[in-house]
Structure formats: C-alpha cells, structure tokens
Design a protein around this ligand. Structure first.
Ligand code: FES
Ligand code: FES
Length: 158
C-alpha cells in the first residue's frame, strides 16, 4: 500500500491505496465522489475528466500516487451551494445534455479550457472537446453551451 495525501475539492484526504489504484477509483470508491464517471477506462471517452492543479486530466489515466500532494477538483465542487457554476448553468439552459453521462467530464474539460481561452470560436471549442465523447447529443448543444458559458463568464452578452 502507498500512503497518499491529496487535496480534493479543498479538503485534504489521506489514504492508503494500492499502488496501481487509478485516481478515478480513488475518487469514486474511496471518497464516494461518484459524479466523476467511468465510460471506457482506456483514456478514450473523457467522462472521467477532473482538474489536477487546475488542468484537465482524464482520471482513468493517472495513478492516485501521482496525485499525491496535488489539488484535485471534481464536478462536486463546481456549484457554489445551490448556485450552479456558469458552465453547468449554460448546459442546463442550452440542453447540452441528454443522458448526462458525459456531462461532468465535459464541464470539467470546458472549465480548464475556458481558463486558457476565455473567448473561443466554435471551431476552437470543437477542437478542445476532441477528447470528450458524447453518444447522445451530436455535440451541437454542448458546443453552444460552452460558447454561452464563455460569454457569461467573460461578461459579454451570450
Ligand atoms: S473513463 Fe477515462 S477516458 Fe473514458
Ligand atoms: S449526454 Fe449522453 S453521453 Fe453525452
């Protein structure tokens, strides 16, 4: 077992984990943070995306031991109490989800991307989402949601 100490959603979490434990299973099974989904386990779908030190990471591609001493943010920390994060709100208003399975990963990937590029074009959003798959929506409303969120977060009219 390896002892890890990871800041998760602002709270220091210490645990003994098997060295091979992937971060996504630490989050879901050890900490009970089941908002982060597992869609493929092979780094293809992006449904397991979280932020590690503010950067989006597919949590099925990282060992928990690699997150030792780092800051992890999951979908559970995006809302502020009852107030949805602007990206969540934009997905809600623009029907950016159907089954919702991919949505936590999409929201986390978008949060990281919009920090890098706060006013993206539609094409840039499509490119940025290449690592996140959705089997339901055809992406149109997801892209629309992210552009809308970019508008509201940068203060422009969406
Ligand atoms: S579960 Fe991690 S990329 Fe699909
Ligand atoms: S909304 Fe169902 S997978 Fe994206």
């Amino acid at each position: 077992m390896t002892n890890v100490s990871v800041s998760v959603n602002g709270q220091l979490r210490e645990a003994d984990v098997e060295p091979r434990t992937l971060l996504v299973y630490f989050l879901r099974e050890t900490l009970g943070l089941t908002g982060t989904n597992v869609g493929c386990d092979t780094s293809t779908c992006g449904s397991c995306t979280v932020l590690v030190d503010g950067e989006s990471v597919k949590s099925c591609t990282m060992l928990t031991a690699q997150a030792d001493g780092r800051e992890v943010t999951t979908i559970e920390a995006m809302a502020d109490g009852d107030a949805m994060h602007p990206i969540q709100d934009a997905f809600h208003r623009n029907h950016g989800l159907q089954c919702g399975y991919c949505t936590p990963g999409m929201v986390m990937a978008a949060a990281s991307y919009l920090k890098e590029n706060p006013t993206p074009t539609e094409e840039e959003v499509r490119e940025a989402l290449e690592g996140n798959l959705c089997r339901c929506t055809g992406y149109q409303n997801i892209v629309k949601s992210i552009l809308d969120a970019a508008g509201s977060m940068s203060g422009a009219t969406a």
